[in-house]
Design a protein around this ligand. Structure first.
Ligand code: ADP
Length: 300
């Protein structure tokens, strides 16, 4: 991580409510705080409806907020103008591009609107679309269109890049090359705020992970440290006369030794497993989907 310490994004007490008196109100964002340092890759994780897209759209200046302070590259997105917009790159979740233009035409046209664009051909190559450069964008597959979105988001050489679920619909190989692309952008000094459903993507790319649930941040940390020191405590599980037992312990070897000592003459401990919660386990417990202490946990 090459952070300079100055914040690229600073959010305090962000609130956004949807609805009206007739349909009822919904607090999509309910007092959210977020910091992204310059040069950092931050992944925002959370279940559907957590408020991620609303938050990102407010930071991009595409959506109003009801309350809170937001500073993005030194300005409030609500008031920021064209010069500010040229400094950010946006890859939104759903761009349905049915244009007659070719990939190369689109990327060149986008490049022309920025003061210091990247070379369009290099950008097209970086997203793996060189062979499709002359193809009309309406004929692209979903994954190819997504890569074009990324090309359009980075061709302006943004200081700050927003990626909203960028690899949805990618095959595993395309995801890996996309990760390389993102890592390269970070090495170039680009700050990146990414939302994703893929825990491996967050683990691979993010310097810091922020978990959002019900419109607030419920946890944040490096992918290794998320959830606090206890979250990765190993779990020993075994069957005891047909009952599943689970023990969380920093000394799993000692627990296993005890179980072996107490085992029958063959020394077998039925159903024995020792596992360490993954980022996915920690995440699921943070969003309330699968408490780590759940009996089921040890059965995995
Ligand atoms: P996420 O990106 O984490 O899935 P969203 O920000 O899209 O979450 O949505 C947060 C909540 O706000 C959800 O309950 C969603 O249904 C609601 N919501 C999002 N956009 C709108 C909208 N334009 N009008 C009304 N409700 C919305």
């Amino acid at each position: 991580m090459q952070t300079s310490g100055s914040p690229a994004v600073q959010v305090r007490g962000l609130r956004k409510r949807y609805g009206n008196a007739r349909t009822g109100f919904k607090d999509a964002v309910a007092g959210l705080d977020l910091d992204v340092s310059t040069g950092e890759i931050v992944a925002v994780l959370g279940p559907n409806g957590a408020g991620k897209t609303t938050t990102v759209e407010i930071l991009e200046g595409f959506r109003d907020r009801d309350d809170g302070d937001v500073v993005v590259l030194g300005e409030d997105p609500r008031d920021a103008g064209r010069a500010w917009r040229a400094r950010i790159g946006v890859v939104m979740q759903d761009s349905r591009d049915l244009s007659e233009l070719t990939v190369a035409e689109k990327v060149r046209a986008a490049a022309a609107s920025y003061p210091d664009p990247r070379d369009p051909a290099e950008v097209i190559a970086a997203v793996g679309l060189t062979e499709k450069a002359r193809a009309r964008t309406r004929g692209l597959s979903g994954g190819q269109r997504r890569r074009l979105d990324v090309a359009l988001g980075i061709v302006g050489r943004p200081e700050l890049l927003f990626l909203d679920e960028p690899t949805t619909g990618f095959d595993p190989q395309a995801r890996r090359s996309f990760w390389d692309l993102v890592t390269g952008l970070r090495d170039d000094g680009t700050t990146i705020l990414l939302t994703t459903h893929y825990l491996d993507e967050a683990a691979q790319l993010a310097d810091r992970v922020v978990v959002v649930r019900d419109g607030v941040v419920v946890a944040e940390g490096t992918p290794d440290a998320l959830g606090g020191p206890g979250a990765r405590t190993p779990v020993v599980a075994w069957d005891d006369d047909g009952v599943r037992r689970v023990e969380r312990t920093d000394r799993p070897t000692a627990v296993v030794a005890r179980l072996i000592a107490a085992a029958g003459p063959d020394g077998e401990v039925p159903g024995l497993s020792v596992s360490r919660p993954t980022l996915e386990d920690v995440y699921l417990s943070l969003i309330g989907e699968a408490p780590i202490n759940d009996e089921e946990r040890g059965a995995a």
